[in-house]
Design a protein around this ligand. Structure first.
Ligand SMILES: *Cc1c(COP(=O)(O)O)cnc(C)c1O
Length: 452
């Protein structure tokens, strides 16, 4: 009985997969926030190292992973793929459930798959310091870890709601040498503007991005790093799906359904894009489904149009499913899923009908997370409980129909720093937030109108 499907170090893929050249239609261009004209590499140079900008617009299907990055990946990669026998048994389902576990990384999530190359390319180009935002603290810890390995300074704006709820994430970042501020902060004009109107603002990823961008852009030795959303980030994460393809092949399985939680779309894209390549090539035919929080449902409720990646409107305009760049989502426990937009690539795939989406409330997700912990042993982060809940829904459907579907998901992080959330759940205090229709409608009025 295969429970843990491993790869040898020598079997680890050595290339990232870039889905862009394989798409039936190219994704819409990124626009300058001021001129609304398509951006060129020079426009992005104040923010990102050139190697990453070139990856962002790359037309190569595969990009070699630098040897220095592979060396660090080998600290925890290849990551294990598990068959969830005990969860299947508890659900009494004929479905076969597999999960790719990314919580084995030093930071406890999939985020180091991209923080390591981002820090590597930055160091190579002479950058001294990287600024960033973090929601639940996972991205901030992943970047702090990577910066420490390459001798870079790291300054993090952590969304206030998580800063207060998850103090240990902050300490972890500091242990790796980073400086951490709650966002909104009084250190940037973007933060001060929010605090003036809303002194008690719980913050949002959009606000924290504005602060980190503002702190980086004017200084040539400082660059900014984003933990999700952008093409190069999703590409770095494809190591997850490339490994999973090899692992499933070892047990002679093909997935019928892939589910992944989507905040900005990076763990979902990382798992699913290699499978989508195989699907587009006619080698398999899985259904591929995004799962998002009902309180912040950018794909299922958002409009597909150009919007800013950040709240203050300093970041480039990208075409994506958005709830409005200054929409502040309710403080759900899955802090990593509280983003107003979705990766342009995932949004584009959704428009093309290549992926589907569903939204789930947090209580159902925590129910699934606890059921998972009590059968499989691993306490999941609140974000992937969304994917687990979707897998459980499907497994229950299979129980009714008798279908032996193969379900694959990414367990993209553990929940060891999310115990305050589990405490709220276990004491019955966790609440579901209705979809905030009025707040979204109001935020959408401030989204710029861009002619296609
Ligand atoms: C950051 C994070 C997410 C959300 O980001 P994606 O880019 O959508 O993957 C989800 N889960 C975990 C564990 C995270 O750290």
């Amino acid at each position: 009985m295969d429970t843990k499907i491993t790869l040898a170090e020598s079997e680890m893929p050595t290339r990232w997969y870039n889905i862009v050249p394989d798409l039936p239609e190219p994704p819409p261009p990124v626009l300058h926030p001021g001129t609304h004209e398509p951006v060129g590499p020079d426009d992005l140079a104040p923010l990102f190292p050139m190697a990453l900008i070139m990856q962002e617009v790359s037309q190569d299907s595969f990009v070699d992973i630098p040897e220095e990055v592979l060396d660090i990946y080998r600290l925890w990669r290849p990551s294990p793929l598990y068959r969830a026998h005990r969860l299947e048994k508890a659900l009494d389902t004929p479905a076969r459930i597999y999960y790719k576990y990314e919580g084995v990384s030093p930071a406890g999530s999939h985020k180091p798959n991209t923080s390591v190359p981002q820090a590597f390319y930055s160091a190579q180009e002479g950058v001294k310091k990287i600024t960033t935002e973090t929601g639940a603290g996972q991205w901030g810890s992943a970047l702090a870890f990577a910066c420490s390995l390459f001798g870079l300074d790291c300054e993090v704006w952590q969304v206030r709601a998580s800063y207060d709820l998850k103090p240990y994430r902050k300490i972890m970042m500091e242990a790796w040498g980073a400086t951490v501020h709650p966002s909104p902060s009084d250190l940037t004009s973007a933060g001060r503007a929010i605090l003036e109107d809303h002194p008690d603002s719980p913050g949002s990823l959009g606000i924290a991005i504005s602060e980190a961008v503002e702190a980086a852009a004017p200084h040539p030795e400082i660059r900014y790093a984003l933990g999700s959303v952008l093409n190069h980030v999703l590409m770095h994460q494809t190591i997850i799906g490339e490994e999973a393809l090899l692992q499933l092949a070892k047990v002679d399985e093909q997935p019928d359904l892939l589910v992944g939680c989507t905040g900005g779309g990076s763990n979902f894209g990382g798992l699913s894009f290699p499978f989508l390549r195989e699907k587009m090539a006619g080698n398999m035919n899985p259904t591929i489904r995004c799962v998002e929080p009902a309180a912040c449902p950018s794909l299922t409720k958002g409009e597909y149009r150009y919007d800013f990646g950040d709240t203050a409107g300093m970041a480039p305009l990208v075409k994506m499913h958005t709830l409005g760049h200054d929409f502040v989502p309710d403080p759900i426990h899955a802090g990593g899923l509280r983003y107003h937009g979705m990766a342009p690539l995932v949004s584009h795939l959704y428009e093309l009908g290549l992926v589907e989406a569903e939204a789930i409330h947090q209580k159902e997700c925590f129910d699934a997370g606890i059921a998972f912990a009590r059968t499989e042993g691993i306490l999941p982060a609140p974000e992937p409980t969304h994917a687990i809940a979707a897998a459980v829904r499907e497994a229950n459907r299979c129980k009714e129909t008798g279908e032996e579907k193969v379900i694959l998901t990414a367990l993209c992080g553990h929940g060891h720093f999310d115990l305050a959330s589990y405490e709220a759940y276990l004491s019955g205090e966790l609440i579901d937030y209705d979809y905030p229709e009025a707040a979204v409608a109001e935020a959408m009025e401030r989204v710029p109108v861009i002619a296609d």
